[in-house]
Design a protein around this ligand. Structure first.
Ligand SMILES: [Ca+2]
Ligand SMILES: [Ca+2]
Length: 270
């Protein structure tokens, strides 16, 4: 006959689940990310921001080293189509995403919301193309540069301000306004075979070009110029939402277990 768990065992299991639930709930935060393009009116545009809340593992690039394919795709085309999967592969518990459906013009803003387990995903990383350029981007070199949450789930960083001197040149494509993304002829692009470097002053060579947004570009950037700000707010996740997430997880586990049992019953010799 089938053995059913005793009432005591059921009570213990229930208490353990509630205790896990309470711990999981205490660590969950609904985080809103706001981005602002702080550059002067005719200056740089920033492509949609790729971001990850993570455990401190994924390192997207290193100053002085050749840019890998994922950060190259961000820097040359403004796309996270390699960066986001590379992030998820390196850190499967990370919460990744993009803020902004379109490039953020000077004075423009965008926002997005993410539900974060702060015990697994204490750190924040980001990457976005700076336009116009051949291969410029903003982002963090060290994966642990921005610890957003402490062990108790308190938000430690209200905002990150990126200045012109913080802008990266991926070094992957030869600087050439005539071939730059959005303003030039992409067929003229050529590999540079250099390394990631800080090099914002080169952007001024785009001055006078007509941008895709319809204005004549004037970088107006000095080293201290504020270009971009990422701001955070965090709120406790409603308790019901946490338990709904846990219940969905338990249901999925139960369904998988039944499927596996069914599969092994199918595979058993008769
Ligand atoms: Ca690095
Ligand atoms: Ca370059």
């Amino acid at each position: 006959m089938l053995h059913s768990p005793s009432a005591a065992a059921r009570t213990l299991a229930g208490a353990a689940l509630l205790s896990c639930g309470a711990a999981a709930h205490a660590a969950m935060r609904d985080v809103t990310v706001w981005v602002e393009n702080l550059a002067a009116a005719d200056s740089v545009v920033v492509a949609p921001l790729n971001l990850g809340f993570h455990g401190g593992v994924y390192d997207a690039f290193d100053i002085g080293s050749a840019a890998g394919p994922a950060i190259q795709r961000v820097a040359e085309l403004g796309s996270g189509s390699l960066w986001l999967p590379a992030f998820a592969a390196a850190d499967p518990l990370a919460v990744t995403g993009t803020v902004g459906a379109s490039p953020t013009l000077p004075g423009g803003t965008a926002s997005g919301s993410f539900t974060i387990d702060t015990t697994a995903n204490r750190y924040f990383s980001f990457a976005a193309m700076v336009v116009p350029s051949n291969d410029f981007f903003l982002g963090n070199d060290a994966p642990t540069a921005y610890q957003l949450f402490d062990a108790a789930g308190n938000l430690l960083v209200a905002s990150i301000t990126v200045r012109a001197r913080d802008l990266w040149d991926a070094g992957s494509e030869i600087f050439d306004p005539a071939a730059a993304a959005f303003v030039g002829d992409a067929t003229l692009r050529a590999d540079q075979h250099s390394v990631v470097a800080l090099n914002f002053a080169e952007i001024a060579a785009f001055d006078g070009m007509n941008t895709a947004a319809g204005y004549t570009f004037n970088s107006g950037l000095s080293a201290d110029s504020e270009v971009y700000r990422i701001s955070f707010t965090a709120a406790a996740v409603p308790e019901l939402e946490t338990y709904a997430l846990m219940a969905a997880g338990l249901l999925a586990v139960g369904w998988l277990t039944r499927r596996r049992r069914g599969a092994s019953a199918d595979a058993a010799p008769v």
